[in-house]
Structure formats: structure tokens, C-alpha cells
Design a protein around this ligand. Structure first.
Ligand SMILES: [Zn+2]
Length: 350
């Protein structure tokens, strides 16, 4: 939203019509050889002053306010701007509790929740008619997995709710800030069982817990500012600098968030007594599904193969949590739940 607001602001500034002088500029100012009568000097000075101011105003209008600032800046201004920007950056950094990663985040939790609610209303409207009722077997099953995961994050479960959308062609699931969970039926066969579903939900819940939406919005602000600075200083098109910023800053950040959600989700599912190894199998099945996806450096997500490898590296820790919580002893009743999951998914696919 901040980016949209800034873009809107920039567009409004750029759309302002230019105040062209009615005559060519050279004719607007008195010639240096022209004799000016003493009695007319003051009037002439005023006229020249306002014409110059007006010319400067026209030039400024050709650029956005921020571009004008950069354009007119001197070296000492860059030092001041740099110090100010660094101060602002560090003042707005916080830490993701689960991984101790420091990041820039200037969006409040309240604003992030608002965004979540706006998206929630939009999705309810676009997916109307496809959302399964609350008492549907699949909704109850997904909700069962969610309720087992939530205590692992010490979160208030009252605002969390599950929406299963009947769409077999869409292998997707996501959780909005505030805890509205959406699962498309197309992802259930890939999940295969409740452990696989827990891997997916654990990952999506972790995005919410780590406030990744707020972080993405904050990063957009940095990208926008850097894009304007780069295109002003080096006289390159906004599109080129935007592409470079996306490749060098946004995509790596996005992949960092994905890896972080994978890690947090894995620990979360282990705490809730879901078999952590199911996450490796899930990404192996995803790998099969995404044969035609773009290479990793062009994508916001790590490839499923890379995710699988990373998760394998974290398995020892996750298995330790699984055993510490006495999950091996209580896993005896799981097969019944697994059978119920599979029969429900099969029923939906018919
Ligand atoms: Zn993700």
C-alpha cells in the first residue's frame, strides 16, 4: 500500500501539466545589450526574478519531487541523506524471534492486519460459491491439523479460521495476516496425508508469525526509493533500475523469507507431533509438479529441490523436538486419522 501510495503520488506529480511559457525562453528575458532606464530598473528586476522562478518551477514539475531532490543535491546533501536513510533503516529494523534474523520492517502490526482483512474480504468475494461449508469433512480435517499446529506458536487461536476452496486445478494454500487460512483442494493430493498438510500449513502459518507481509511491504518502499535514486543519478530508465533492484534485492529477500518459513514450519510440525520427514517427501512431490517453473534466480521461491535439501539439513533438529515432545508414544492413533484424510481427498477427487 505504501508503494502504491508513493507510486500514486509520483504519478500525480508527473501528470501535472507543464506550464509552458507563451514565448521561447530566450525572448522572455531582457537582452544583455538592452538599455534599461533607471526608473524601470526595479520593475524589470521583479519581472526577471519571477520569470526565473517560474522557469525553475516548470523544470521541477518535470520531475517527481524525489527526483528533483536528488537532481539538485550536492555531495554534502548526499552525505546527509545517506546518514538519515541509514538511521531510518536501523531504527526500523527488528528481529524474527524464531530465527534471530534482523530485517527492515517499517509497517506496524495493525497496518498489516488491515491489509489482511482487506485481502480476506476480496478473496471471500472472488471465491464465493467454491468455499466448502464449515461442517464439511475436508474443512474439519484441515481445521484439525491447524488446531494442532497453533499451540506450538503460542498464538491466540480465536481469530484463526479455515476455508477450503473446491478447485482441483489449483495446488495452493496460504494464510492471511490475522489468521484466515485458505486451502485449495488441488493441493490435497500433493499433501497426501495430514503430515504433508501440516508441512504446508506450518510453512504458511510461519509467514504470518514472522510478519513477512509487513517485511515485503517495507522492502517495496526501499526498492521504490532506490529505483528513483539509481534512475536519477545514472540517467537509466526506471524500468531498468526497477528490474535490477528486483533481481538484486527483492527476489533474494523473498527467497530468504521462504527458507525461513520452511525452517519455522518444520519445527512447528515437529512440536505438534507431525512427522517432520513428511516435509521432505512433500517437496519431492512438489518437485515433480513444477518441471516447467523458472530457474531459482528468477523466482521468488527457492526450487522445491533446494527446499528438500535444506529441510534434510534441519531434520536432525526437528526429529529431536519430535522425540522430546514424546510424539513417538502418541503416534499410535495416527493411522486412523491418515485413513480418514485419504478417503476424504479421494471422495473429493471423484
Ligand atoms: Zn511461502
Amino acid at each position: 500500500m505504501i508503494r502504491q501510495a508513493l507510486q500514486q503520488c509520483a504519478r500525480v506529480v508527473q501528470r501535472t501539466p507543464l506550464l509552458h511559457a507563451s514565448r521561447p525562453l530566450s525572448q522572455s528575458f531582457p537582452s544583455q545589450t538592452q538599455t534599461i532606464q533607471p526608473t524601470r530598473q526595479i520593475r524589470s528586476f521583479r519581472s526577471t526574478f519571477w520569470k526565473k522562478r517560474r522557469y525553475h518551477y516548470i523544470e521541477l514539475q518535470r520531475m517527481s519531487a524525489f527526483e528533483a531532490l536528488i537532481h539538485n543535491a550536492r555531495p554534502r546533501h548526499f552525505v546527509i541523506i545517506g546518514l538519515g536513510a541509514s538511521g531510518l533503516y536501523f531504527y526500523n529494523t527488528d528481529e524474527v524471534e524464531a530465527t534471530h534474523r534482523r530485517r527492515f520492517n517499517c509497517v506496524s502490526n495493525a497496518r498489516e492486519l488491515e491489509i489482511g482483512m482487506e485481502s480476506y474480504r476480496e478473496i471471500l468475494s472472488t471465491e464465493r460459491g467454491k468455499i466448502l461449508p464449515r461442517n464439511h469433512q475436508l474443512t474439519k480435517m484441515v481445521d484439525g491439523v491447524l488446531q494442532r499446529l497453533l499451540p506450538g506458536m503460542d498464538m491466540d487461536a480465536s481469530d484463526w479460521s479455515v476455508h477450503v476452496i473446491r478447485d482441483d486445478s489449483n495446488a495452493n494454500a496460504f494464510v492471511l495476516p490475522g489468521g484466515k487460512v485458505f486451502v485449495y483442494t488441488g493441493i490435497l493430493p500433493i499433501c497426501k496425508d495430514e503430515d504433508g498438510l501440516a508441512a504446508v500449513l506450518g510453512h504458511e502459518i510461519s509467514h504470518v508469525v514472522a510478519h513477512h507481509t509487513a517485511e515485503r511491504m517495507s522492502n517495496s518502499l526501499i526498492t521504490l526509493s532506490a529505483t528513483i535514486i539509481v534512475s536519477s543519478l545514472f540517467d537509466v530508465s526506471g524500468q531498468l533500475s526497477s528490474f535490477l533492484m528486483n533481481m538484486l534485492y527483492n527476489l533474494p529477500n523473498s527467497r530468504t523469507q521462504e527458507a525461513e518459513a520452511d525452517y519455522m514450519g518444520l519445527m512447528l510440525m515437529a512440536k505438534a507431533c507431525f512427522n517432520p520427514e513428511a516435509a521432505v517427501h512433500l517437496w519431492a512431490r512438489m518437485h515433480e509438479e513444477e518441471r516447467h517453473s523458472p530457474p531459482q534466480f528468477m523466482s521468488t521461491h527457492p526450487t522445491s529441490y533446494n527446499r528438500m535439501e535444506s529441510i534434510q539439513g534441519w531434520l536432525e533438529k526437528a526429529n529431536g523436538i519430535y522425540e522430546e515432545n514424546g510424539c513417538k508414544e502418541i503416534s499410535g492413533y495416527m493411522p486412523g486419522f491418515r485413513t480418514a484424510f485419504n478417503s476424504s481427498v479421494s471422495h473429493m477427487r471423484r
